[in-house]
Ligand binder design. Sequence first.
Ligand code: ATP
Ligand code: MG
Length: 276
Amino acid sequence: MNLSAEPKPVTRTIVVTSGKGGVGKTTATANLGMSIARLGHRVALIDADIGLRNLDLLLGLENRILYTAMDILEGQCRLDQALIRDKRWKNLSLLSISKNRQRYNVTRKNMENLVASISALGYDFVLIDCPAGIDVGFVNAISPAQEALIVTTPEITAIRDADRVAGLLEANSIYNTKLLVNRVRTDMIQRNDMMSVRDVQEMLGIPLLGAIPEDTHVIISTNRGEPLVLKKKLTLSGIAFENAARRLIGKQDYFIDLNSPYKGIFQKFQDIVFGT
Ligand SMILES: Nc1ncnc2c1ncn2[C@@H]1O[C@H](COP(=O)(O)OP(=O)(O)OP(=O)(O)O)[C@@H](O)[C@H]1O
Ligand SMILES: [Mg+2]
């Protein structure tokens, strides 16, 4: 028996959620997951978005999924057969819950057991991509998580739903919540046509993890199945995601400038985006 062995640090299980659909949960899960893996951690992504699953597409892994969590629960396969390893970064894996909605009868307990099994394999991070809405899929997706990332756009409808979700998370004993503001447009903020990130953050009262600009490269990368953060010359949104990933793992404590990201920290970003 090796008495000097350090206990392995516990897995951080983070649910990526929003309330309002289509604000960028899946995009954020793929890019943050890929970034954290590139920073050397073992990351498992769980696509809890049944029927409309698309995390596999964003990662370019759609043809590799033979088994899902449903098959594990039905005894058709082992966990390691359903955990698909990314071709580029072997320390990044993807687990889909189900291929179609009909076969969806996963319980909270099932989700908790799945995450516990992944954790036992030595993963450092489990990121759960939540389905849109706050029905049973949401309840299942949040149940194994100790932390949450709430994604919103700077629009009042998305912010209102994010606020509701923040309340639901607290009611489910998830108090460690961070905010990611997506699809930020500095030109619109400057014209007072869009709320600044600071305004959004203050309305919600949730600590800010990062702000991601509106960027057509997001759509291009989705279509290619290649997360933005993999590009050799990072685009604006790729840099912003990488910055958020570094903050999530505690490696960076400043925000990048959405106008001039290649220059690093930049006061104007604070002025325009955060409205200081
Ligand atoms: N920063 C961005 N710039 C431009 N387009 C974006 C950005 N973020 C997301 N999108 C686009 O918005 C759409 C919705 O994104 P995504 O699928 O990640 O949202 P979601 O919250 O997971 O949606 P759902 O609630 O349906 O699961 C996609 O077409 C995506 O490419
Ligand atoms: Mg999604």
